[in-house]
Design a protein around this ligand. Structure first.
Ligand code: 8OZ
Length: 374
């Protein structure tokens, strides 16, 4: 199999990628105390960096309130900035580029993560169906969150701005705003989780307002050409899902297009259940195909692509780059393997979250396997 389309250069904002095999954001829950990135995390990202390749970091909470899972590395303390700096340095040392993903989980949090044991915050006081991760990795039903006041919404936008500034101090090349998978921004977007009657709820324009305010604030820090946005228009993760996604997401994407962003990152419907719901999406078209006509910039698509289908999607200009998640877990040198048509390691779900090196940094690269055979 040859995959030339994936290995042609691509301009993303001010950068030129040398290939289009992007590492997707992957929550691994292995940060050190204080949610500070540690040397094990540096090694993990270093293994996955390639010259001219783009890595999007695992989702990084922008504040203490933004956090919803244990051991997720934050971007709100000085120690966290220093921890991330070692990671961005390692990726740059290998010639790679790295964007940090800015994350607020909203109602997907649990009071065990919140300062003072307070309830998680959300657009409206509506509990998600399903189970939260507590601070000790237990799974318990989601709590009913507390609705943010208008003043608190403004504070959250300030938190995004400060986190964006911290990401600059940590040496990243840009940031991605996590607007997918049922977290805070998507909770504002979708009527299922947003029943507000003020300027942030009701009409599509009102529900999209928070996303656009966050995008504006983060773009002020970085310049829009170094900011990406990730959306999952047909997703059902974390009890999300809009009954009629097209008008909502068409409006959101048309408004985002006005910023001149680095890229739009879409999760394909077939993959955006995040393992929590088995939904039959056979009648749902590809998100990249659907929204390509209204997105003038770089489009990254993610979700169950194979090397072959990824190459086809890029060759057909349905997407400009493809983000791989699970395949990158088990194959640290995924771009090289795809380019060479080498066999892929399979991924072990048991070690997806938490733990140490096992199932994290212990997957062999082709080079390591070859050296072992000599
Ligand atoms: C899986 C497990 C925990 C978090 C997402 C950040 O869905 C996540 C996530 C995925 O975007």
């Amino acid at each position: 199999m040859t995959v030339p389309a994936l290995f042609s250069p691509l301009r993303v904002g001010p950068y030129t990628l040398s290939h289009r095999v992007v590492m997707a954001p992957l929550t691994r829950m292995r940060a050190g105390p204080g949610d500070v990135p540690r040397p094990l995390n540096v090694e993990y990202y270093r293994q996955r960096a390639t010259p001219g390749g783009l890595i999007i970091s695992e989702a990084s909470p922008i504040s203490e309130n933004a956090k919803g899972m244990p051991a997720t590395p934050g971007i709100y303390s000085q120690a966290q900035v220093e921890g991330w700096r070692a990671i961005s340095d390692a990726v740059h040392g290998a010639g790679g580029l790295m964007f940090l993903q800015l994350w607020h989980v909203g109602r997907i949090s649990h009071s065990s993560h919140q300062p003072g044991g307070a309830l998680p915050v959300a657009p409206s006081a509506i509990a998600a169906e399903g189970k939260a991760f507590t601070a000790t990795f237990a799974r318990v039903p989601f709590e009913t969150p507390r609705a943010l006041t208008i003043a608190e919404i403004e504070d959250v936008v300030v938190n995004y701005r400060e986190a964006a500034r911290n990401a600059r101090a940590a040496g990243f090349d840009g940031v991605e705003i996590h607007g997918a998978n049922g977290y805070l921004i998507e909770q504002f977007l979708q009527s299922r989780s947003n029943r507000r009657t003020d300027a942030y709820g009701g009409s599509i324009a009102n529900r999209v307002r928070f996303l656009l305010e966050v995008t504006g604030a983060v773009s002020e820090i970085w310049g829009a050409a170094r900011v990406g946005v990730r959306l999952s228009p047909f997703g059902v993760a974390n009890d999300s899902g809009e009954a009629d996604p097209l008008p909502l997401y068409s409006y959101a994407i048309e408004e985002l297009a006005k910023f001149g962003l680095a890229y739009l990152h879409l999760i394909e419907p077939r993959a955006s259940g995040a393992g929590q719901a088995e939904v039959d999406h056979k009648d749902v078209p590809s998100a990249s195909e659907l929204f390509r006509p209204i997105w003038p910039g770089v489009l990254i698509a993610a979700g169950n692509y194979t090397p072959h289908s990824a190459n086809e999607a890029v060759a057909a200009k349905q997407a400009d780059a493809i983000a791989f998640g699970r395949m990158f877990i088990a194959n640290p040198d995924l771009p090289d393997r795809i380019r060479q048509g080498a066999p892929l390691n399979s991924y072990h779900r048991a070690t997806f979250y938490g733990g140490d090196a096992e199932g994290y940094t212990d997957y062999p690269s082709l080079k390591a396997s070859a050296a072992a055979r000599v």
